[in-house]
Structures are given as C-alpha cells and as structure tokens.
Write a protein that binds this ligand. Structure first.
Ligand code: NA7
Length: 884
C-alpha cells in the first residue's frame, strides 16, 4: 500500500467489508480507507460521490439506519425546511435538478428525506455507507500519518483523511431541567421523534421550548391533543411560511436557466438569490417602510426579511422598526392581549436568533385547548412524576415534548473523542470556543476536515450551497495533495488565530452577539460564549476560500515524502467593514489624488466628504473667526449638550496641509465632543501650496493662543487646553505642544495625535508595506510633502516634530496608529520617543484599520471602540488621569 493517497492506495475494497450498507453486525478485522466520513446527511452523501469520482476509497459511518442526517432524525409533526425547497437541494447533478419535482414551496420532512433516499439510490451511495454505527474515537497516528478510528461495533478503521460531516444541529442539547427522569408519562424529543409517529389524541401535552421545532410542531399537536400547554422561556420571532405551490417568480427564474440560477446562489450573501436592499430602514417614510415589511410578510421568507433594509442587522434603531412590525402582527393575531404580549419578543434584536417560519403558530393560541406559560413569570421548579411543577402551580400531563434545541455547531464534532498531534484533544483545543481555519480545519489535527464547521457561513446560509462548496473545496484539496505528492495538510496556528479574529470581527460589527442564541453557544450551560458561524456571507467566504487555494494554500502546512510546504499567513487582516469600504471605493474607480492639481484634489475630497454620514448631534455648533499668524482664520466650535463651562480641545483637521476643512472632519469632531463632553474648537489654517511651511504650524499655534485667551468667552474652562488632530492635523497638534512648551504657554494638558505625520523620513517599513491600496498611499504622501515644504525645511521640528532637540516636558499624549497606514511606523516612533523622554504616553495601535478609518464616523462600526478610547483620553487629560 502506497504512502501517498490515491487510487489504488487503499488497503481494502468495499467487498472486503461484509457489513457495508447492510447494517448487519460487523465481523471484519481492521480496514483502511483513503477517507472516512462521519455522517450520511446531505454533506456526507455528496462528499462520498465526489471522492468516488476521484477514485479514492471512502467509507461513510452513519449512526442512523439510513441516509438523510437531520432529515432522518427530525421527524416531529410539521418539520419542514425554512429555505424554499428548489433552493434547498443539490445543484451538483443537473439531471437530478431537472427530474425531481418538489410539491411545495417548503417541503415537509418526509419529502426531503425521500429526496435524500432518491439521491442515494440514483448514485448508489449506500454500498459505501455503514449505517447504525458511530465513530467513538479518532486518534491521529503521526508515525503512519493516518487517523485511527474506533467505531461502536468494536472495529478499528484507519484512514488518511477523516471528515466530520456531522451537521450543525445534530447533537440534541441535554435537558437541563430538574426532575426530568421522574416523569412517568410519555417523553419525546422533537430532535428524536419516533419513526412510527406518536398518537396525541385525547392527551394532555406539555411542550417545552419555543424555537423553530416547537413553532412548527405546536399548531399540529394542538389540533390533535386534548390540551396543549406551551412552556416559553424566550419568545421567538416567527413569520408566516405562506406555504403552497412553488411561487411563479421562482419558476420563472428557474426557467431562465438553472445553471445561471444556481451560480447566482453560490455568489449570493446567504446562498439564496434575493434582492439586497441598499437603503437604510431609517431613510424611508413610515408608509414606504411598512409597505415593504408587508410585502415581505406576505410573500418573502427569512432571508428576504433580514435583507429588507441594509441596516437591519447592524443598526439597533433600524432593527427595532422591524421588531415592532412583527410584534404588531402578533398583537393583531392573538385574541388575548396578555398572551399576545407574552409572545412578543423584546429581549433581542430580530434576526440575531434564527428567525422562524410557521403555519398558524400565533393563531394556535386562540384555540380553547391551548395555554401559554411564560416561564419568566412562572419558572419551572421541577418536573414531577405526573407533570410540571411551576413555582406557583402544578400541572399534570400525559405527554411531555422537549423542543429544547441542540448543542449547535460544535456538539457533534467534539462529541467524538478526537485526539490530534501530540495527544491534544479537540475538546481541549476548543475549550474556550472553536478555533478553526475557514471552518474547515483545526491546527494540530492534520487531515481532519469539517463540513460547514464553526467559522464558516453554515447556519447563516442555505446549507445546501455551503455544503456543496465545502465538499468541493475538500475534494479538490485532497486531489491536489495527491497530484503534488503530499500526504498531510494542516492549518498553521497563525492562520487559525487570524481566522478566529476575523470571524469575531465580522460578528462584532453586527447585532448578532447581543442575543443569547445557539449561534453564540448561549443555549448550553457552560458552553463558551463565542459567535460560531461566519457572518461575512457565502459570496465573500467563497472568495476567501478560493483565494487561499490560489495563493498556494495560504495558511496551511502540507507535507509528504517529497517534502514540506508551509505557507504561513493570515487571509484577512483588514477589519471587515474597512474591507467593505475599500471594495466599494475600488468599484467606483476613483482617480488618484496625486495625479490632480491641489484645486482639483480639494474639489474631489469635498465631494467625497459630502456623501458621508453626518455624525451625532451636539448641543450647539458655532462658526466664528479668530486671528491667525497672518490674517483671520475660521473656526467651528462644538459644544456638548450638558451644562458648561466645559474643558476645551483645540482640533486640527487632516488633509496633508493641502486639503480639508471644518467640514472634512466634522463628523469626528461631533463624535469626540459627544463622547468626551468637551468643547472642540476645529481651527482652520492656511493651506499649501498657496501658503507653504511653516504657515500651517504658525496658524495652529496662533489659534491655540487666541483660544486660550478667550476660553471663558467661548464657554470653556480657562487655564487648561488639550490639542488634537488627525493626520497632518496630528502633526500640527504635536508641533503646537512643542511650541507652547518652548514659549511657556498656553498650558496644554494633553495631546491626542491621530495617525499623525511626525517625520519626513519615508524609509520606515509602513511606507513600503502599505504603499498602495489603503486610501492614503505613499505617492500621495510624497505629493503632500512636495506641496507643503522644501526638502531643507522638512527636517525642522516645526515640520517633523520627532526631530525636536528634546521631547522632554511635553504634555501627556495619546497616539493612535492604524495597521494599514503608511504613517503607522512614524506614529509609533513618536510614541516611543516621547516615552523615552519621560512623557506619559499611550500608544493605541488599531488592528485592521487604515489611515482614513478614524474620521469615518457612523460608517465604520469597528472604529467605535477606538473613538471611545480617544474620548476617554480627552477626559483623562483634564482630570489629570494621565493615560497609562
Ligand atoms: P432552538 O431554536 O434552540 O429552541 C430551543 C427552545 O427550547 C428555545 O425556545 C429555548 O428557550 C427552549 N429551552 C431550552 N432549554 C430550556 C429550558 N431548560 N427551559 C425552558 N426552555 C428551554 O431549537 P429548535 O430545535 O427549535 O431549532 C433549532 C434550529 O433548527 C432552528 O434554529 C432552525 O435552524 C432549525 P431559550 O430561547 O433558550 O430561552
């Protein structure tokens, strides 16, 4: 048997194993395969098909007695998909797509299971699937570069590759209610519903849980049972399925060409082609908004609802409008106002828990035999022999149904005892939450793949699209390894850490982490609270996966008899919202400013500034004039809404001494004013090339002196000032601090330098690393300097403050630098130099941000914590709370 994977490399053929496909007792000795797959749901089935196509030996191990995975187990009454069936189906076999006819928009579970069985028949899959068997442990054997698996039938199987196709919602959550085992009546779990069905007629039934499974099954159980009591801990948002025949527009779209339709789904955000709004819910009239919501309610599904406005999942105010619309639907449907109100979700934004679709769920509460128990008002004390004891009432039942959910996304994976390299178990490696690269692999676990694993779009997408993408990626990867004479693949720790960070960064610019959802692991007591799926979308995710491959498997180490290939790296380091902004700008094909005249560049930057979000409201804005070094300068004063007098910050705008105005930095000044509760006086200064060095510095200092003298008249607290500025404005703030020190006043208590220019030296690494692609380019910095100062002037401390004779006795400083900024290293160098001179300084390096991130208020959510820290620094300056 060969050491390299490939056709003919396996020890055994399928006819060596008597039990395959028969479910009979295993009698064979150890066996070896190229690939062992756990799970014969839609993921495992398609993977088997692909592996066979590559001529690899593969075995699927499945706990159930047939194919279907989640659709094999979840047989509760009313179980259906919540993505339309024509979308929730395989695309890999066009013939299948043509011949299988779905009977309904959302097919019921038996039909979906029949579909899975039909695919298994058509592709003769069962002969390589061992049913009614579990993998109990999997251990990586470094000496043979193989996985050693122990199965529930007592057998040991070895394989080169091991794939967990175990599904995201397959491990039922353990019941965490006291006394559950005492109940003497019938007990059922929606996730493990008896195959022969359950007769509820004439029975008193209690259902615990109001997630998707409960919401689908409750109307049907209510119609059959004598009495139905629903125990609700957290109400969920649900919208009508409006089930029926496949909608005409869907049929029309398919008729235009299935391959194109499928391809569009692959490159959509959620794996389903829907209209994506580019409008804010807050930007339209109430009438227009309600009409849109109504349309989605009547004709759409969960993905349409989430995408009805662009900011539904990022802006709490926009989200609340949709929440209230749904609540009003509940109130209009449920007759008893108290029950209606109890059914209205109020503790999490809509869409941050899986939005449900139902058929008559809310109407069910108008039935005389149905009662809702709000567990927040009347908690369960325990389950008893005869029913459920609430803290204030005892209820008797013949049947209790647990619809209590799953240990989602990680439960089934860590449920198998998996030990990787050096004895590390996956449970240990994931003790603080799953750590994967692309949701496909984990460091220390060579040749272990996951399909739709944590860190991939998975449950936030049409699972079929995500399954097919993962299967294809894995199959292609194994094929490529074989072609390259390599036998193992594993992500590097840095790639994994970078991906985990990126997954979190994406979640954190949405409202998703605000809910106690199974997306967050919050439904399982003791499970780490980590956002599990990737919120960046199917399209972006697919691009990333393709990029990784095109970049010679970036972030992976591959080994084989022919050697080792380690291509360490992080695939996405820019903050996701910054990336979106960069992509949007790239799509606009904007001209580069360094190819323009100063006047053209000003016009261009003013036009860009006019399109930005306006920033928050402040108490008052006053425009005025003050004397500069050589004539009047305009200023704009931002006053907080709180009663004054306030401390004053003198602010200098950015723009490379050539561009910019009060307007350009207006949103940032508003934001800093509101957050710091200080007055900001944004001061203009003469611009280059009309007024070259040292005009800007002289104006900045003159303005600071005037503001100090007129502090009381401006409504400020006289005596102490802080200075602040962004970019070239940061340069001026640093210089003003030095000039004030040298002149013996005004007294400056702090300097907030945001990505400042501190030196005229272009040799620092950030000038090369970030030369292009992050808005402020190295050529543009050259252009700015050329406009502003002659080479012999640039080394003056009035242009390059880092070159001052001494930096001692300067005011405490906060210096903010951005990772992808040509100015990053000179900002960091100034922070170091100040610290070396004994100045209290805090350097805040901003991961994944670019030079223009800081003033992009209300556009970049990832900038919010940074601006909060900047404002805290301002407050600290005035309370002598020197930044540490
Ligand atoms: P879910 O959506 O996790 O729902 C589980 C429900 O059970 C939910 O309402 C829970 O309330 C409730 N629950 C769980 N534990 C308890 C205890 N101890 N006491 C009271 N209530 C409890 O699972 P589903 O099976 O309905 O749906 C899973 C996914 O399948 C769904 O999202 C679709 O994608 C398909 P909680 O919200 O935690 O307060």
């Amino acid at each position: 048997m060969g050491t390299i994977i490939g056709a003919g490399a396996s020890m055994l053929r399928e006819d060596d194993v008597s039990t395959i496909g028969s479910g009979a007792e295993a009698t064979t000795a150890d066996v070896d395969f190229d690939v062992v797959v756990v799970g014969a749901g839609f993921a495992g089935m398609y993977l088997l098909h692909r592996l066979r196509g590559l001529g690899l030996s593969a075995r699927v191990i499945e706990a159930g007695a047939d194919v279907g995975g989640t659709w094999y187990w979840n047989r509760y009454p009313g179980a259906r998909c919540d993505i339309q069936s024509v979308d929730y189906s395989y695309s890999f076999d066009p013939e299948l797509d043509e011949t299988w006819k779905w009977t309904e928009k959302y097919a019921p579970q038996p039909e979906i299971l029949r579909y899975a069985q039909h695919v298994a028949d058509k592709h003769d899959l069962r002969r390589d699937i061992q049913f009614s068997t579990r993998v109990e442990s999997a251990v990586w054997d470094e000496s043979t570069s193989r996985w050693q698996l122990r199965t529930s039938d007592g057998r040991t199987i070895t394989s080169r590759f091991y794939v967990m196709a175990t599904g995201c919602l397959s491990m039922p959550k353990e019941v965490d209610i006291a006394g559950t085992d005492r109940f003497a009546g019938e007990v059922y779990f929606t996730s493990r519903w008896p195959h022969e069905g359950v007769d509820l007629s004439g029975k008193r039934v209690g259902v615990i849980g109001t997630g998707s499974s409960a919401i689908q099954s409750i109307p049907i159980m209510a119609a059959e049972a004598a009495q139905l009591t629903v125990f609700q801990r957290t109400p969920n948002f649900s919208m009508p399925a409006n089930n029926g025949p496949i909608p005409q527009e869907k049929l029309d779209a398919l008729a235009k060409g299935r391959p194109q339709y499928r391809e569009a789904a692959r490159w959509s955000g959620a794996g389903v082609t829907v209209e994506i709004s580019t409008t804010s819910a807050l930007a339209v009239s109430e009438e227009e908004r309600l009409a849109k919501y109504e349309d989605v309610w009547e004709h759409g599904g969960i993905i349409q609802a989430i995408n009805s406005y662009m900011d539904n999942l990022v802006n709490p105010a926009a989200n609340e409008l949709l929440c209230e619309f749904v609540r009003n639907k509940i109130r209009a449907t449920v007759n008893d106002p108290e029950t209606a109100e109890a059914l209205c979700p109020k503790t999490f934004p809509i869409g941050t828990k899986r939005l449900c679709v139902d058929t008559g769920y809310y109407e069910t509460f108008n039935r005389p035999n149905v009662r809702l128990v709000d567990l927040r008002e009347h908690p369960i004390a325990s389950i008893t022999e005869t029913g459920v004891d609430l803290v204030d009432e005892s209820l008797e039942f013949d049947v209790i149904v647990f619809a209590t959910g799953f240990d989602a996304m990680t439960g089934a994976i860590v449920g198998v005892d998996i030990t990787g390299r050096d004895g590390l178990t996956l449970k240990q490696a994931w003790s603080e939450g799953p750590k994967t690269y692309l949701g496909l692999m984990a460091a220390g676990f060579p040749n272990l793949f996951m399909i739709t694993g944590p860190g991939s779009p998975s449950v936030l997408s049409n699972m079929m699209v995500s399954i097919e993408q993962h299967v294809d990626w894995i199959a292609d990867c194994i094929d490529q390894l074989r072609a390259d004479g390599l036998s193992t693949i594993e992500p590097t720790p840095a790639a994994v850490d970078g991906w985990v960070q990126h997954v979190n960064d994406y979640a954190n610019i949405t409202l998703m982490p605000q809910a106690n959802s199974w997306y967050m692991g919050a439904n399982v007591p003791g499970k780490p609270r980590v956002f599990l799926p990737y919120a960046g979308g199917v399209d972006r995710y697919r691009t990333i996966c393709n990029e990784v491959v095109a970049d010679d498997y970036l972030g992976f180490e591959r080994r084989g008899p022919d050697g080792q290939r380690r291509n360490d790296g992080v695939v996405r380091r820019v903050q996701p919202d910054v990336q979106l902004m960069l992509e949007a700008m790239a799509g606009m094909n904007l001209p580069t400013m360094d190819s323009m005249s100063a006047a053209e560049a000003r016009e261009f930057s003013n036009a860009i500034a006019a399109q930005r979000a306006p920033g928050p409201d402040v108490g008052e804005i006053v425009d005025g004039v003050l004397p500069g070094a050589a004539g009047d300068l305009t200023y704009r004063l931002y006053r907080p809404a709180s009663p004054g007098p306030h401390p004053i910050v003198v602010y200098f705008h950015g723009g490379g001494w050539v561009l910019g105005s009060h307007d350009s930095d207006d949103p940032l000044c508003r934001d800093l004013c509101v957050r710091s509760d200080a007055i900001l006086v944004s001061v203009d200064y003469r611009h280059a090339p009309e007024a070259r060095f040292p005009a800007a510095a002289d104006d900045a200092f003159a303005a600071t002196q005037w503001i100090a003298e007129n502090a009381a008249a401006l409504g400020g607290i006289p005596g102490d000032l802080a200075v602040a500025g962004w970019s070239a404005g940061g340069n001026l703030a640093a210089i003003v601090s030095q000039l004030a020190r040298d002149a013996g006043g005004p007294r400056i208590v702090g300097q907030l330098l945001l990505t400042p220019v501190t030196d005229c030296d272009f040799s620092r690494a950030s000038y090369t690393e970030n030369a292009d692609g992050y808005v402020l380019t190295t050529p543009l910095m050259h252009w700015f300097w050329n406009h502003y100062a002659d080479p012999e002037d640039r080394t003056s401390p009035k242009a390059s403050p880092i070159r001052a004779e001494t930096l001692a006795d300067l005011p405490p400083a906060m210096i903010v630098t951005c990772e992808f900024d040509p100015l990053r290293d000179e900002g960091a160098a100034y922070a170091e130099a100040l610290a070396a001179a004994g100045v209290p300084v805090r350097h805040l390096p901003c991961r994944g941000q670019i030079h223009t991130s800081l003033p992009a208020v209300d556009m970049l959510l990832s900038g919010v914590p940074i601006r909060a820290e900047m404002a805290a620094a301002i407050r600290g300056f005035f309370t002598a709370n020197v930044p540490a």
